[in-house]
Design a protein around this ligand. Structure first.
Ligand SMILES: *[C@@H]1O[C@H](CO)[C@@H](O)[C@H](O)[C@H]1NC(C)=O
Ligand SMILES: *[C@@H]1O[C@H](CO)[C@@H](O)[C@H](O)[C@H]1NC(C)=O
Ligand SMILES: *[C@@H]1O[C@H](CO)[C@@H](O)[C@H](O)[C@H]1NC(C)=O
Ligand SMILES: *[C@@H]1O[C@H](CO)[C@@H](O)[C@H](O)[C@H]1NC(C)=O
Length: 739
């Protein structure tokens, strides 16, 4: 667990995405929370399902009384199973029952807008865009599984909303500081899951769906916040705040608790089970770090619910992407065309521009020159014994922060400077993705070049000083955008090597959205996820009969791989490079094109059963992987991780555009690989709406190679339908070098 160092705990309050530690101690006979999965619901009425769970559990525990005492959650709507406190022996015994598919310890984890919608070309001024065609998401129900919600925020006003959709079967669970009035025509349902959560986390939180942390409110308002004029973070990023689907209804499922926003698998699954029952259309999950509980999302998808998950904040290292099962949409984060330049003036009058969220508070003293100190890497040791009182400290990020992404390194320096009594922090880092508003301290990030200039100045001056001015907000075409954010987790997926993950990128760096009664700027794939959720809600409103796979196909095949200057989209990282499918899947989301994608790659969700339980790291007995590799699924992407001999993969496309259409294939083969498509022309008409084509993928050399990337695009003169392809040539079927 080396990677999950204590530094991450620091981060949880602002930039979320989780890590895990086992839920409770692991001593011999002690009990811990386990999740027991039983597959489809077989007993009809929920009470009968619960009774059958107790039958199984009391067989192991000896009595119904013990079973009642040990049971924490019953999953009874979308799928069958339960969470219970068990010893390791009891868990093993349960796993022996023929009806039990898996028994796994529940893990403990943490959770991981103005401009962004205009940046995606979705404004009220454009009558033909997805926002208008999708009727603002009217009557689409978005389930948000997170830290809860702040119902008084202006972003959740229900003014002008029609009645709650009749099909809604959810509840408004009352609790601390939350009564039935707190649900409305906007927030139509609220539930919370405190069972199995440590007492000390519940104690500091509201025992209700009310959001202590702010993460869930931010996420919900990004997906579906109503239109709010004049929102800003202390004047920064000012403008109209609204969600992607501003008229969509929100159903809240609170599973993350306390100041660190901790949760566990058992509660997540209970929320998904209820959401399936309640009738949500889309589920938004800006959470991560859970163990393999992908069966919850699988059942949701099989009921027609699209499940959108965050990819994680552990980039730019490869193989860090999470939540990667083929049936969900996994979202990477990008940085949009907004920046927050912040001028630093040195004692020698030299001006240096960094980036920050530093604002002039009403009561704070005006920016003044403060003495400047070089703190090196600003580890606790580096700063030990230094008097930093009232000073601005220059800190450098480590040269090789592998493992610890940029969102993790900065908070350590901040903590150490703060503990030393410093007033300011100038942090030298290769990226400014993910700015933090550092309460009580002025902090700014500068490029490595500028960092060197400041160091030189400190070195050659007897009493170096610097002044930091409040940030300004700049938006528009002059800023190179979008760019995959440095912190965004990268593929290939450690769990599913034979599919491309993440699926799509959306804005997730420095996003303004609701928090409590005001607005805050946060960064993370947690913020990118609700952008995709909102767009899926609009697409769902426009195409109510499309399956989750079809909706995913629409956003992936229409995504952008170049910016509006026709320059390739970059991925921030070490080094910065042209983005590839392991950074952004199909590319950067393009909602208006997704509204009318031309062709879709659809999947019957029952086909996913062949893949369920099959991860590279944890293969369960029920895994069907040996029979079929993931690249044979009809996904809008192809990844072949072990290419030794020519292989043939088939794909099926359905015409959802003009009835008469002729599409031609354009192929971009990955380096070292030859791709042929047969047939290379598809003719659609009233009688032929669906076509299957073969993709032959051949290695050109005998080589122990590395991933290279290409694409297959169908075009008809008006529409282009593009899917990414990744392939790695191999001689041996094992791999140490997997970057
Ligand atoms: C929510 O309920 C609390 C009482 O529990 C009340 O004070 C508050 O005004 C309500 N908020 C809304 C938005 O109705
Ligand atoms: C600002 O100062 C006024 C008067 O000293 C005080 O009442 C108020 O609480 C202060 N506001 C903040 C945000 O500190
Ligand atoms: C600053 O001075 C130290 C020695 O005093 C030296 O090691 C370092 O390279 C200097 N740094 C710069 C940026 O000039
Ligand atoms: C494995 O695939 C078979 C079809 O061959 C399917 O019936 C079964 O349900 C799958 N296993 C699981 C665990 O879904």
């Amino acid at each position: 667990m080396g990677l999950y160092s204590s530094s991450r705990a620091l981060l949880a309050s602002t930039l979320m995405l989780c890590f895990c530690i086992l839920f409770l101690g692991v001593h011999g006979g002690s009990r811990r929370l386990y999740v027991v999965y039983l597959g489809d619901v077989k007993h009809g009425h929920p009470d009968d399902v619960i009774a059958s769970h107790h039958d199984i559990l009391s067989n192991v525990l000896g009595s119904m009384e013990d079973s009642l005492d040990s049971m924490i959650h019953n999953y009874k709507h979308g799928f069958s199973g339960f969470a219970a406190m068990l010893t390791e022996d009891q868990a093993k015994q349960l796993a022996e029952f023929p009806e039990v598919i898996s028994v796994k310890p529940s893990r403990r984890c943490r959770a991981t807008t103005t401009r962004s919608w205009d940046f995606l070309d979705m404004s009220y001024q454009m009558p033909n865009d997805l926002l208008n065609k999708g009727r603002y998401g009217e009557d689409v129900i978005i389930g948000v599984i997170d830290t809860g919600i702040w119902p008084e925020s202006r972003s959740f006003s229900d003014e002008g909303y029609g009645p709650v959709p009749l099909r809604w079967k959810g509840v408004c669970q009352v609790g601390q500081a939350w009564d039935s009035n707190n649900c409305s025509r906007k927030i139509i349902g609220a539930r919370f899951y405190s069972a199995g959560v440590p007492e000390e986390e519940l104690k500091v939180d509201y025992l209700s769906a009310r959001d202590l942390d702010g993460h869930g409110t931010h996420v919900a308002s990004t997906a579906a916040g109503s239109v709010v004029e004049g929102a800003s973070f202390h004047g920064l990023a000012a403008g109209v705040a609204r969600g992607g689907a501003p008229h969509a209804r929100i159903a809240v499922y609170k599973i993350l608790w306390g100041r660190d926003a901790g949760g566990n698998d058992a509660a997540l699954l209970a929320a998904i089970d209820d959401a399936i029952h309640d009738g949500v259309d889309v589920l938004s999950l800006s959470v991560g770090g859970f163990s393999d509980n992908s069966f919850g999302a699988l059942h949701a998808v099989q009921k027609g619910i699209t499940v959108v998950y965050a990819a994680g904040n552990d980039g730019p290292s490869p193989q860090t992407v999470e939540n990667t099962s083929p049936w969900v949409i996994t979202v990477a984060a990008s940085k949009m065309d907004r920046s927050f330049p912040t001028v630093i003036t040195l004692g020698n009058k030299q001006k240096i521009v960094g980036q920050s969220l530093y604002y002039q508070g009403k009561n704070s003293s005006r920016s003044i020159f403060r003495s400047l100190e070089n703190g090196g890497l600003c580890t606790a040791d580096d700063l030990n014994g230094k008097d930093l009182k009232g000073k601005t400290v220059l800190c450098a990020s480590p040269n090789s922060p592998m493992g610890d992404g940029p969102l993790l390194v900065f908070p350590q320096a901040l903590r150490n400077v703060r503990n030393g009594g410093g007033s300011g922090l100038i942090f030298v880092q290769y990226t400014t993705d993910g700015l933090t508003a550092c309460e009580g301290i002025t902090c700014v990030i500068v490029d490595i070049d500028y960092g060197k200039k400041i160091k030189e100045y400190i070195n050659t001056t007897s009493s170096p000083i610097a002044r930091i001015e409040p940030a300004r907000s700049i938006t528009g075409k002059e800023i190179l955008a979008p760019k995959v954010a440095a912190f965004s987790s990268r593929g290939p997926s450690p769990d599913y090597a034979d599919i491309i993950k993440p699926d799509i990128a959306a804005p997730g760096a420095n996003i303004l959205a609701a928090q409590g009664n005001s607005y805050a700027i946060k960064s993370g794939t947690s913020m990118a996820t609700p952008h995709v959720t909102g767009i899926i809600a609009l697409l769902k409103s426009l195409h109510p009969n499309w399956s989750p796979a079809a909706l995913k196909s629409a956003i992936v095949t229409t995504a952008s791989v170049t910016d509006e200057h026709d320059m390739p989209i970059l991925a921030e990282g070490l080094p910065r490079k042209i983005a590839d499918p392991f950074d952004y899947g199909g590319g950067h989301i393009n909602p208006n094109r997704a509204a009318d994608p031309g062709l879709i790659y659809d999947i019957d969700p029952n086909v996913y059963n062949y893949f369920f339980g099959c991860t590279a790291t944890k293969t369960s007995a029920s895994c069907n992987k040996t029979s079929i590799p993931g690249y044979l699924l009809n996904l809008p992407s192809i990844s072949v991780p072990y290419l030794r001999y020519p292989i043939s993969v088939s794909r099926t496309v359905t015409n959802v555009g003009e009835v008469d259409a002729v599409y031609h294939a354009a192929i971009e083969s990955p380096a070292g690989v030859k791709i042929e498509v047969e047939p290379s022309v598809l003719v659609f008409n009233a009688a032929n709406k669906i076509h299957t084509f073969q993709v032959k993928i051949s290695p050109m050399w005998r080589l122990q190679g590395d991933y290279t990337f290409g694409s297959i695009t169908w075009y008809n003169g008006k529409k282009t339908v593009r899917i990414p392809v990744a392939a790695r040539i191999t001689i041996h079927d094992f791999f140490a070098d997997v970057a």
